[in-house]
Design a protein around this ligand. Structure first.
Ligand code: ADP
Ligand code: MG
Length: 369
């Protein structure tokens, strides 16, 4: 009999919702105290959830959705949506309301009031671009109680702290809101998460703690559970393909080499066009001269902006953009000294992938923008 590695492939898939979300007890409690419990007493409030890709944001809210059946929960992934108004019209559709003519916030909220028999919780995932581009919409949703007499719970999920993407004036306008941060997982936490997935999907004896440790080590820097589960999945396929009874370290290495380009692509999708240009400029500098200083970056970027007919970005934008690329773990910047007392300068490096591969990916992505 051929002994296989994979007993149930489901828990290794992306769409799998784990019943147990581990190491997120605090975040789950914060979501309850800031949004769910107030909503049950008729009070609308907003929580911003943010954290890097793979830190369990989506899994956590999906698990809450499974459990809270007394609420009308509407979940929308906003990656390709350009306004909050569109989200609201999808929300009213989910409540069986169709609105004639032009959709206004007022009409949506008014019809919501008419049909609603359960408190409404709206969850908007992947919303960084919406936050940046539709402040008026964000404001209307967060203030729906005051503006339209219709309170609802609102959870807005993105990869970065929204405060970094709003002006201080906009921040003042929004007033107080709840922020719930999803930190990168530690190596130990990734070990636990990958282990619980292995138990659900693999035959006993086909994997060892050393294999899990190897995977956790590879994912330590990204802190991403998604990356760990993907490596586990591909390692299992690799071992099964070899006809082996066990996952070996070599399977893990092969798997990790396979997933890197995908990780990069999903990260690039989180950038807006100006940031893509910034990253492209970093790559061009590294490609032509092997290094990228802030001065050379600024020159290349203004050239690239001109080519695309965009206003030349200022230094503040460059620093903010680099910081965002750093939080996504695409680039790394270091201060390098000219020698004692001679000052320092900042240089930017690309992580993980060869610059050429990254440039190709950028070409593909910017063709789609
Ligand atoms: N704490 C956790 N316990 C179990 N599985 C988790 C946990 N955090 C993340 N995962 C799994 O890791 C993968 C990525 O998580 P996800 O929620 O999609 O991350 P994010 O939305 O932050 O990018 C999913 O397969 C998810 O089920
Ligand atoms: Mg997600």
């Amino acid at each position: 009999m051929i002994r296989k590695i994979i007993r149930d492939p489901g828990p290794l898939e992306n769409f799998f919702i784990p019943r147990n979300i581990i190491h997120r007890e605090k975040q789950i409690r914060d979501i309850f105290t800031s949004v769910i419990l107030p909503l049950r007493s008729g009070i609308g409030s907003t929580a911003f959830i943010y954290g890097q890709s793979g830190t369990g944001k989506t899994a956590t809210v999906k698990q809450i959705m499974e459990n809270e059946k007394d609420l009308h929960i509407f979940y929308e992934n906003a990656i390709s949506i350009t306004s909050f108004r569109k989200v609201m019209s999808d929300l009213s559709g989910s409540m069986g309301v169709s609105i004639e003519g032009k959709i206004s916030y007022e009409s949506v909220f008014r019809s919501m009031q008419r049909v609603k028999n359960r408190p409404v919780l709206l969850i908007i995932d992947e919303s960084l671009n919406l936050i940046r581009n539709d402040f008026e919409g964000l404001y209307s949703l967060m203030r729906s109680g005051e503006l339209f007499g219709a309170s609802m719970g609102l959870i807005i999920i993105s990869v970065d702290n929204p405060a970094l993407h709003l002006s201080s004036q906009d921040m003042r306008k929004l007033g107080i809101f709840n922020e719930i941060k999803f930190d990168r997982y530690t190596k130990d936490q990734i070990f636990d998460i990958a282990g619980s997935r292995a138990v659900l999907s693999l035959y006993d004896g086909s994997w060892t703690n050393d294999i899990l440790l190897q995977i956790a080590g590879l994912c330590e820097r990204s802190g991403s559970a998604r990356m760990a589960i993907e490596i586990l999945q591909k390692s299992a396929f690799s071992a099964q393909y070899r006809g082996s009874e066990m996952i070996e370290p070599e399977d893990v290495r092969a798997a990790s080499a396979m997933i890197n380009p995908f990780v990069t692509e999903s990260k690039l999708m989180e950038l807006d066009f100006r940031e893509i240009l910034l990253l492209q400029s970093v790559c061009q500098n590294l490609h032509t001269s092997g290094e990228c200083t802030m001065e050379s970056l600024s020159k290349t970027l203004s050239m690239n902006s001109e080519i695309h007919g965009i206003r030349t970005p200022d230094t503040a934008f460059i620093y903010r953009g680099i910081r965002h690329l750093e939080t996504l773990d695409i680039v790394e910047s270091r201060l390098e000294s000219f020698g004692p007392g001679k000052g320092v300068r900042k240089k930017v490096y690309v992580n993980d992938v060869p610059v050429e591969v990254l440039m190709e990916k950028i070409q593909e992505i910017s063709g789609r923008l």
